[in-house]
Design a binder for this molecule. Structure first.
Ligand code: ADP
Ligand code: MG
Length: 682
């Protein structure tokens, strides 16, 4: 009887396996059918023919037409991948990962094999990779190792209309490559914007315009401006949920913090409504969201339920989410702002442009008629919003890009072929800063130090910090701190119901109170401790995001690798907080501020009033002199990730930049009692 049972089971298993294979096959076939229904498909032959005749082709089509996922596949199917890889750039990390995963499924291969992606600090490709998605910043880095892109047969610069800094720089580089590599094909693809401008820039390359299917979208405005757009967005979503027929909702917010707040608020409010309403599924999407959770936004919504996607600008054109019928648009996004005069760079919540607003509205009408709720007035739209978004190259610090271009041997930046040139003051500022950091010599040529700095995919100030840390015997510590800051501000969390426990846990990292950088170091070292051994439990106990920590560990590993390559010796002295902060100051001497009589801070070199961010551990200590990682502008200009320094260190680490006068005047001033306590560590 035993034998029979086994046979039965084996048969059963074989049958189940066959059924599963059949189901998988039909799912795969269905996917292929879906591919043929995309607007791009009808233009497949025309595209391939045009590319045979022309080296450069501009392709424009509505979002969701199949530009990103289909064109590289068509080229692969047509045999281009035999001559070299097919590359496709994306302005956003999340889009590169998500699109590569989708295309791997459509091709029927494992992600990272024939289809892969490459983003900063993460390379998911192999020798086999034929279709490679990557961020525009990564392609720029690839130029350093392969200036003629010889391993590629085709390069597609996608989402060109976004006009990110890196995409804009790529335009100039790639136009140059076309001249000495007649065998490479270039595709510039974008949403239906600016096609003529791109064509003109690329010596009047032909434009292939694929008409999209776009349904009617009713646009509704608020009668009066909204004071609190977050709450208004949540209220609007709930009103839609209660009143409108089936169809998913897409809300545009400016960043992770806002998205988390909205998620919390939505949950609270729906709890209050109880079972009176249908199920509401919440799906957030932003740059730092772990990839397993990103997939959630693409899952089909079960019948009877409704999905609310809470997204950053990424859903404007980079990702297509099927099933959206309602768009809620508060009218803001987060953008860099840069003043070449003061050298101040910050992230600012800014009103979007009309072009952006129209892209957002379009998301509601992809598969059926839809509605877009604009949380601003019609008057704001017509008379307060810019027509187009200003290209990033005109509103950001160019330090990194200038360092990269210099490493590529492009010396005369004033005459580089930019689609829209950056302001000349910004270029000068960047050159000046790189000179002050020691990356360029007086003639503006790259120094040995500059060449080493360019190896790091980091802001020049961070790269300089890492290299300088060797001389202070704390390079391992600075690698850790850089890795932790690279993760962004998603390390510590504070659940409302356990606020006190979380605060206590976080305060422990701040023992000594010399700054947030050292707190980050303490946090990482706590997790990496032999006894803790990177445990997840430890993260829970300390209210630290496990995923962020794992990412920091990966980044740290890569930084250690780069340090080896650039011959930065690995030395450690974790207890030497002075040395650590001196190394920081050696790279970040541009980012210093001193305490004022009124309790605010003033940046040292180009005076501007700033404050310590509430998330910092130094909000109460308020040291007289600080170095900060970045400025963010929300209700005020805030310095985020701040450490105390001694002004004399500035003379030591940046004598060419600081003189006694800069620091003496300030530190001799009397401050009101309680402000600017003496350094807690000698
Ligand atoms: P475009 O680049 O023209 O905006 P895409 O190639 O990104 O268009 O998308 C084409 C279609 O592929 C979309 O309409 C969507 O239906 C589908 N699609 C893309 N990415 C995914 C994904 N991750 N999951 C499910 N479907 C997707
Ligand atoms: Mg696309």
């Amino acid at each position: 009887a035993g034998n029979l049972e086994i046979e039965d089971r084996e048969q059963e298993e074989a049958r189940a396996k066959a059924e599963k294979a059949a189901a998988a096959k039909s799912a795969f076939e269905r996917l292929q059918e879906d591919r043929r229904t995309l607007p791009m498909y009808e233009y497949r032959e025309m595209l391939l023919e045009a590319l045979e005749q022309h080296q450069i082709l501009i392709v424009t089509a509505e979002t969701g037409s199949g530009k990103t996922t289909q064109i590289p596949q068509y080229l692969h199917e047509a045999g281009y991948s035999k001559a070299g890889r097919i590359g496709c750039t994306q302005p956003r990390r999340v889009a590169a990962m998500s699109v590569a995963a989708r295309v791997a499924t459509e091709v029927g291969v494992k992600l990272g094999h024939e289809v892969g992606y490459s983003i900063r600090f993460e390379d998911c490709t192999s020798d086999k990779t034929l279709i490679k998605y990557m961020t525009d910043g990564m392609l720029l880095r690839e130029f350093l190792g392969e200036p003629d892109l010889v391993s590629y047969s085709v390069m597609m610069i996608d989402e060109a209309h976004e006009r990110t800094l890196h995409t804009d720089v790529l335009f100039g580089l790639i136009k140059d490559i076309a001249r000495f590599r007649p065998d490479i094909k270039l595709i510039i693809s974008s949403a239906t914007l600016n096609a003529e401008k791109f064509s003109e820039f690329f010596d009047y390359a032909p434009i292939l315009n694929v008409p999209g299917r776009r349904y009617q979208v009713d646009i509704l405005y608020t009668k009066a401006p909204e004071a609190d757009y977050l709450t208004a967005a949540v209220t609007t979503a709930l009103t839609i949920h209660v009143r409108e027929p089936a169809g998913d909702i897409l809300i545009f917010l400016t960043g992770q913090e806002e998205i988390e707040a909205a998620e919390e608020l939505l949950k609270q409010r729906t709890r209050g409504l109880g079972s009176k309403i249908g199920e509401l599924l919440i799906a957030p999407i932003y740059a730092n969201l772990p990839s397993e959770q990103q997939a959630k936004i693409f899952e089909p919504t079960p019948a009877g339920a409704r999905k609310v996607v809470l997204a950053t600008n990424i859903a404007e054109t980079s990702l297509t989410i099927d099933g959206i019928k309602f768009v809620v648009d508060p009218g803001f996004c987060k953008q860099n702002a840069y003043s070449p005069r003061t050298g101040m760079e910050s992230l600012v919540v800014t009103p979007i442009s009309q072009a952006s607003a129209n892209q957002r509205a379009g998301r509601a009408g992809r598969t059926a008629p839809g509605k877009c709720f604009r949380l601003y007035t019609h008057h704001s739209f017509t008379s307060e919003m810019d027509e187009d978004t200003i290209p990033e190259i005109q509103r950001t610090n160019l330090g990194n890009v200038v360092l990269m271009l210099k490493s590529l041997g492009i010396n005369d930046l004033m005459h580089f072929d930019f689609l829209d040139p950056p302001p000349s003051e910004t270029l000068l500022r960047a050159l000046e800063q790189l000179y002050a950091l020691g990356a360029l010599n007086q003639r503006g040529e790259l120094t040995k130090l500059g060449r080493r700095m360019a190896e790091f995919p980091l802001d020049p100030m961070l790269a300089k910090t890492i290299i300088a840390s060797e001389q202070f015997q704390v390079s391992e510590e600075l690698a850790t701190i850089c890795a932790m800051t690279a993760v962004g501000n998603a390390i510590f969390y504070r659940p409302k119901d356990k606020g006190v426990e979380a605060d206590n846990a976080h305060n422990a990292f701040h023992r000594g109170n010399v700054g947030d950088h050292i707190a980050l170091l303490n946090c990482y070292n706590g997790w990496a401790d032999d006894d803790v051994n990177f445990s997840t439990q430890w993260c829970y106990q300390n209210f630290v995001q496990v995923r962020s920590m794992k990412r920091a560990r990966d980044i740290r590993e890569q930084l250690l690798g780069l340090m080896e390559r650039t011959e930065v010796q690995l030395v450690s002295d974790a207890g030497n907080h002075d040395a650590i902060r001196k190394a920081l100051a050696a790279g970040f001497f541009y980012h210093t501020a001193s305490l004022q009589r009124n309790g605010s801070y003033r940046t040292v070199k180009s005076p501007m009033t700033v404050h310590i961010h509430p998330s910092s551990g130094l909000t109460e200590t308020m040291p007289r002199w600080v170095v900060y990682h970045e400025l963010v502008l929300t209700s005020k200009e805030f310095m985020r990730t701040v450490s105390e320094i001694k002004p004399a260190w500035l003379l030591e680490v940046a004598p060419h930049y600081y003189s006694k006068k800069d620091i003496v005047d300030e530190s001799s001033k009397k401050l009101p009692k309680g402000l600017g306590k003496a350094p807690t560590e000698a």
